[in-house]
Design a protein around this ligand. Structure first.
Ligand SMILES: *[C@@H]1O[C@H](CO)[C@@H](O)[C@H](O)[C@H]1NC(C)=O
Ligand SMILES: *[C@@H]1O[C@H](CO)[C@@H](O)[C@H](O)[C@H]1NC(C)=O
Ligand SMILES: *[C@@H]1O[C@H](CO)[C@@H](O)[C@H](O)[C@H]1NC(C)=O
Length: 202
């Protein structure tokens, strides 16, 4: 089938499955929100391990707190990607297939804000097929979080035939105590300074 015919077929398929598909009128990428898999018949996800990291600015998160997420190709690799899809997900059973929280300050020149599961800005993808080596986004946790551990999951599309799905970050623990990791470090440092300043004779 010529590419044009594939695209029109996709457009029709996506139209009838509007709930499941995220369609791009001019990009070559249509994603399923649930399994985060591009709809690129007849190709299936690559099973190799791509030279890519999905990292976060913190190892835990607070309700309503903000996290920076970076999807980046390793420095030594020549890999470039045309498309991506990024979501936060919960490790707890009931929320496995749903995105958690929302992305903020989405630069619409670079990114497309998606409303997967009718949740505004719960996922983000590319705005153009330009070659990329790194994307960085900010994400805001729900203010009434009972999702426990969350993680970020990214799908990367190198080209129509080659893509990787659900590349996961490390898990982020829910910190509901209100004290950030930095806060804890600060009080330990203060304690240390106090110990140092004890008179030498005691
Ligand atoms: C994608 O579509 C937009 C308008 O919907 C258009 O401005 C842009 O030129 C298109 N890009 C490509 C690569 O076709
Ligand atoms: C979603 O993102 C768009 C684009 O950045 C922004 O204009 C809109 O206000 C956001 N909506 C919410 C609910 O955050
Ligand atoms: C990412 O996590 C999901 C949910 O646990 C899992 O299904 C998927 O296989 C993981 N991805 C990779 C590349 O291991």
């Amino acid at each position: 089938m010529p590419p044009k015919a594939v695209m029109s077929l996709l457009a029709v398929v996506c139209f009838w499955h509007a709930d499941k598909c995220v369609c791009f009128p001019n990009g070559s990428v249509a994603f399923s929100c649930e399994d985060m898999t591009p709809v690129h018949p007849p190709f299936t996800p690559s099973t190799s391990i791509p030279p890519v990291t999905v990292s976060t600015s913190s190892a835990n998160y607070r309700p309503g707190g903000v996290i920076t997420v970076t999807v980046e190709v390793l420095e030594k690799s020549s890999l470039e990607f045309e498309g991506f899809l990024l979501q936060a997900r919960s490790r707890s059973q009931q929320a496995l297939l749903w995105p958690v929280g929302k992305f903020t300050n989405i630069d619409t020149k670079q990114f497309t804000a998606l409303h997967c599961k009718n949740m505004e800005n719960s996922s983000v993808s590319h705005a153009s097929g330009d070659k990329k080596k790194k994307v960085q986004l900010t994400w805001e946790a729900p203010s009434n979080s009972n999702y426990e551990e969350i993680y970020f999951s990214a799908t990367l599309v190198q080209d129509y035939a080659r893509f990787w799905v659900q590349l996961n970050s490390s898990s982020l623990r829910l910190d509901s105590t209100g004290s950030s990791a930095t806060g804890v470090f600060y009080s330990l440092a203060l304690l240390f300074i106090n110990l140092l300043s004890l008179p030498a004779y005691c």
